[in-house]
Design a protein. Structure first.
Length: 102
């Protein structure tokens, strides 16, 4: 089940990347990422973390600088979506950090 959810969320994250032949600004990429991830999320903490992660992904797209952080930000965007409480958002953020920062 978790694998299917991760595959779906990865597809959503990939859908936010610019389409060939259509240049997008970092602001447009960030807005697309936020729209696809925030959805029914009610936790203010989760929404702020999603916005920050989407900003990082949009600004650093294609850059090899700090590439090791990309999995962390993808994890946050993918897993904070739909968080209903700040406690749940904090637990998700801790899990993403534990599994992606070594």
């Amino acid at each position: 089940m978790r694998r299917a959810v991760l595959m779906i969320m990865s597809a959503i994250a990939l859908a936010t990347l610019p389409q060939p032949g259509k240049a997008q600004s970092a602001t447009e990429r960030q807005a697309q990422c936020e729209m696809s991830a925030i959805g029914s999320t009610r936790s203010p903490v989760a929404i702020q973390r999603i916005r920050s992660a989407c900003n990082w992904l949009a600004v650093n797209e294609g850059s090899l600088l700090n590439e090791s952080l990309r999995p962390l930000y993808l994890c946050l965007v993918q897993n904070l979506s739909g968080a209903q409480s700040d406690a749940a958002a904090a637990a998700i953020e801790n899990a993403c950090r534990a599994s992606n920062l070594r």
